[in-house]
Design a binder for this molecule. Structure first.
Ligand code: AMP
Ligand code: ZN
Length: 471
């Protein structure tokens, strides 16, 4: 069975395969570490994890890079406002990001390059683009990419640049802009002491720093080669970020940059994009503090197909909790089965059917709704077969094995339900934090003891208290 993905560029379902050698190479645009990522960002990262796991489920080797943007306008502004170095400013957000990835069961990828570690490679690319006459220098010493020099500019987002008015003056160009305000974009921003404090790098074209777009091109090409198989990001990255990445990389190497482009639709709140600028966002920590688990958040984020917008609400998280409970109850029932089946009903055929259908669903552009439907249909049918005493210990084991196999992709199944932390315990922990802040030590000690009695220790970390099972 072959895995297919929708390619934004060709607007077609295409087979996933390594185009060179035996390893799929994939680049996923990562976070700007100037703040905590919100769960909109995590919708994209959870999908990218689902994609990673699916690619491996289909038997491919995979090498993946996700960048950390640790230099741009926002990180520089943050460092200056807080009167600390760029590294001191970004480090806590980087640590928090990796903690959140773990909470959401996102597998570590092979490379997490930080932009500030790749400045020489970016400079080298810019030099080559200048040499080829694709880039130009402005009076203030900044370097811009001349999109008129790249005739296929716009091919990813299906823009026809001949129809567009292009701002090619190299002035007022921001990293992010809209399709109706298309412009040459910055490769290198000349140093401005008022704006940049003491944050700059030396280069053959003077002091300054790279533009955001060149960061991804340089890191992707350095780590994964000039041509990669898959490049992924949220839909808002498609234009101009990915379009600019193509222009820079292909302008530089003369080779195709990416075979398949994959874009994840937005997480919405009240039908508007969840974003920092609109202020309508939840961080993962906000939700954990409300007693939800990382598994519940992951389930919600992955359960809608990635090319469909997902409207976030607290009731939808409660629905995710209910679905997980249904699966958990099923697992408990399977684990409690003893003895052999007393009837000759073809339970194994039913299991095989589900196994095939689950993989088929994934193979069609990761049709997760269909894959989850296969799971819930199986649960319903097996419950009935259990009632009929057709499921013995052998059958139960086979189903648990299948669920374990599926969980390599889903990473949400409560296969050991007893290990999940009960929401009321998380709630007690939250109350204990509140009591400690209010210096109500009597109450906080009482809550700690209640938690201890349930077999959990409280670990105090710089990011707040966590529960850990007593070993
Ligand atoms: P940023 O830190 O804004 O560059 O975003 C990091 C990643 O999260 C990018 O791939 C964005 O496309 C993605 N992203 C941002 N907001 C949302 C959202 N509301 N829903 C889904 N993905 C998002
Ligand atoms: Zn990027």
């Amino acid at each position: 069975m072959k895995l297919h993905l929708f390619n934004t560029e060709t607007r077609e379902l295409e087979e996933v395969r390594p185009h060179h050698g035996d390893t799929i190479r994939m680049y996923t645009c990562g976070p700007t570490i100037y703040n905590f990522a919100h769960i909109g960002n995590f919708r994209t990262y959870v999908f990218e994890d689902l994609l990673r796991r699916t690619i491996r489920f289909f038997g491919f080797k995979l090498e993946q890079a996700m960048n950390l943007t640790d230099v741009d306008d926002k990180t520089i502004r943050g460092a200056i406002q807080n009167k600390i170095s760029l590294k001191e400013f970004t480090e806590p957000f980087k640590i928090a990001f990796f903690e959140d990835l773990k909470t959401l069961h996102i597998q570590p990828v092979e490379y997490y390059p930080a932009a500030t570690d790749y400045i020489p490679q970016m400079i080298e690319m810019i030099e080559e683009l200048l040499k080829k006459g694709i880039a130009y220098r402005t009076k203030d010493g900044s370097i811009y990419y001349s999109i008129r020099k790249f005739p296929t500019y716009g091919k990813l987002s299906h823009l026809c640049i001949d129809d567009l008015k292009i701002n090619a003056s190299g002035e007022n160009a921001a990293d992010e802009y809209e399709k109706d305000n298309i412009s040459d974009f910055t490769l290198w921003k000349a140093y401005d002491p008022n704006r940049d404090g003491n944050i700059f790098w030396e280069s053959p074209f003077g002091k300054g720093r790279p533009g955001w777009h060149i960061e991804c091109s340089a890191m992707s090409m350095s780590l994964l080669g000039e041509t990669i198989d898959i490049h992924c990001g949220g839909v808002d990255n498609m234009f101009p970020h990915h379009e600019n990445e193509i222009a820079q990389s292909e302008g530089y190497s003369g080779k195709r940059f990416v075979y398949q482009w994959v874009h994840v639709e937005h997480l919405l709140v009240d039908h508007k994009k969840m974003s920092k600028s609109l202020g309508n966002f939840y961080t993962l920590r906000d939700l954990l503090n409300q007693g939800f688990t990382g598994t519940e958040v992951r389930y919600l984020l992955l359960s809608t197909h990635y090319r469909t917008q997902l409207n976030f609400s607290l009731p939808s998280l409660l629905a995710a909790r209910a679905s997980l409970k249904r699966i958990g109850d099923f697992v408990i029932r399977l684990r409690s089965i003893e003895g052999e089946s007393t009837k000759h009903i073809h339970v194994f055929d039913r299991i095989q059917k589900a196994e095939k259908e689950f993989k088929e669903a994934l193979s069609q552009d990761i049709n997760i709704s269909e894959a989850l439907a296969v799971l819930f249909d199986l649960i319903r049918d097996i419950h009935t077969l259990c009632d009929e005493k057709a499921v013995g210990i052998r059958e139960a084991r086979a189903i648990l094995e299948l669920l374990t196999h599926w969980d390599q992709v889903l990473a949400v199944l409560p296969l050991h339900p007893e290990e999940e932390i009960a929401p009321d315990l998380t709630e007690k922990l939250r109350k204990r934090e509140g009591a400690r802040k209010a210096k109500n030590f009597l109450l906080s000690d009482q809550l700690r003891d209640e938690i201890l009695q349930r077999g959990y220790l409280i670990e105090d970390t710089p990011q707040g208290a966590r529960l850990k099972r007593k070993s």
